[in-house]
Design a protein around this ligand. Structure first.
Ligand code: PLP
Length: 402
């Protein structure tokens, strides 16, 4: 068997120990396989010391483990060098870093920051903050009613005023997969840089920064089976080298004197203070684990998406699915008739089905769709067809209650 989902589930203690749970909220955070849990706990049990500062062997072991994780990230993203990969707390912190550091140094009054209507708040609010500080303006590219990006309209909005484009590779709320390489090429012809939000996409398919041609890319460890509190900012070395530090303190300096301080090179200059060392080690293990399952895991997710979508539409004709783009990750956002999404979510929970309800941190997108929220079922490679059946059966029971 190419993809043995039962064997994979047995590697996830939370899924193994919860036969009644149908976990369909992996877009919020993914469950963790034993190898990731072991990598974190073994680091604390065997290798724990602070990094980059100790001359003793244990500290060097810890430093090596941390820097190996960085190399693992670089390989995962196909970055040219590991120094292009900065460890952050997650995608949110990585975007804040770029907005504050690169944006603070480069944006001026009249400049434009181009986003899309489907961005997560994490790829909107940091840009609003820096726009307010610098006088730059936010411009928003529209989407079509099926939740796909209006690419020609977005390209038309790119001009010499555009200094940075922020675009999600995969929408967390709709599952839409965007043609980010095409947008990068269009932005570069106008001299603009591009930040790709890969918080969702990294969990579903290979993300290759060189093939995309992006200048910045961010993702969070916890959505790809890694620990919480660790994420990555990828940035092209020549851009990162020119960016001022984002936070200040220990480990990011070269020489400190009350007369003035000099800073380390990249990426250390952007990693002030003691980082999440065990988190980085756990992330390295998660990337190894997920990479080894590809491309079969991706094919399994696509099959689950098609199966669940078809079953929902045939067995629950009143369902309204938001996000039906041709290129779509395994996310189904919907309304069940006129039952409030919160009621659907709470009642599904009584049948052991865990889904997310609400605006999914995408309030502008909800406004564009003329709704306040949806129910979102997000499938990962460890979900089964039987779980999709249980999800639909539970929804039918919920419908029967109204
Ligand atoms: N971008 C997208 C598309 C997301 O789905 C999320 C989280 O849901 C984020 C950014 C922010 O990720 P984090 O909360 O891990 O920083």
């Amino acid at each position: 068997m190419l993809f043995d989902v039962e064997k994979i589930r047995s590697e996830f203690p939370l899924l193994r120990g919860n036969a009644k749970l149908v976990y369909l909220d992996s877009a919020a955070t993914a469950q963790k396989p034993q190898c990731v849990i072991d990598a974190v706990s073994e680091f604390y049990a065997r290798d724990n010391a602070n990094i980059h500062r100790g001359l003793y062997r244990l500290s060097q072991t810890a430093t090596t483990a941390f820097e190996r994780a960085r190399e693992r990230v670089a390989k995962f993203l196909n970055a040219r060098e590991s120094r292009e990969c900065v460890f952050t707390r997650g995608a949110t912190e990585a975007i804040n870093l770029v907005a504050a550091s690169w944006g603070g140094a480069n944006l001026r009054e009249g400049d434009e920051i181009l986003l899309t209507e489907m961005e997560h708040h994490a790829n909107i609010v940091p840009w609003q903050a820096i726009a307010e500080r610098t006088g730059a303006k936010i411009v928003v590219a529209p989407i079509f009613d099926d939740g796909s990006l209006d690419v020609p309209a977005m390209k038309n909005l790119i001009s010499e005023k555009t200094k940075i484009v922020g675009i999600t590779q995969t929408s967390n709320a709709l599952g839409t997969v965007n043609p980010v390489a095409e947008i990068c090429a269009a932005a570069h012809t106008a001299g603009a840089l591009v930040l790709v939000d890969a918080a969702q996409s990294a969990a579903h398919f290979a993300v290759d920064v060189q093939a995309i041609g992006c200048d910045f890319l961010v993702f969070s460890g916890h959505k790809i089976c890694g620990p919480t509190g660790i994420g990555v900012l990828y940035a092209r070395a020549e851009i990162l080298e020119k960016m001022p530090p984002y936070q200040f303190g220990g480990d990011m300096i070269d020489v400190v004197d009350f007369a003035g301080t000099t800073f380390r090179g990249i990426p250390g200059r952007f990693e002030a203070g003691t980082p999440n060392i065990a988190g980085a080690v756990g992330l390295g293990a998660a990337l190894d684990y997920v990479s080894a399952l590809r491309p079969h895991a991706q094919a399994h997710e696509s099959a689950l998406l098609s199966y669940a979508t078809e079953k929902l539409c045939t067995e629950l004709p009143e369902i309204r699915i938001f996000g039906t783009a041709k290129e779509k990750a395994s996310v189904i956002s919907f309304h069940l008739g006129d039952i409030h999404p919160s009621d659907v979510g709470m009642l599904l929970d009584t049948f052991g089905v865990a889904v997310r309800v609400g605006h999914h941190c995408a309030m502008p997108l909800m406004k564009r769709l003329g709704i306040t929220g949806t129910v979102r079922a997000s499938f990962a490679f460890y979900n089964t067809f039987e779980e999709a059946d249980r999800f639909v059966a539970a929804l039918k029971k919920v419908r029967g209650m109204f």
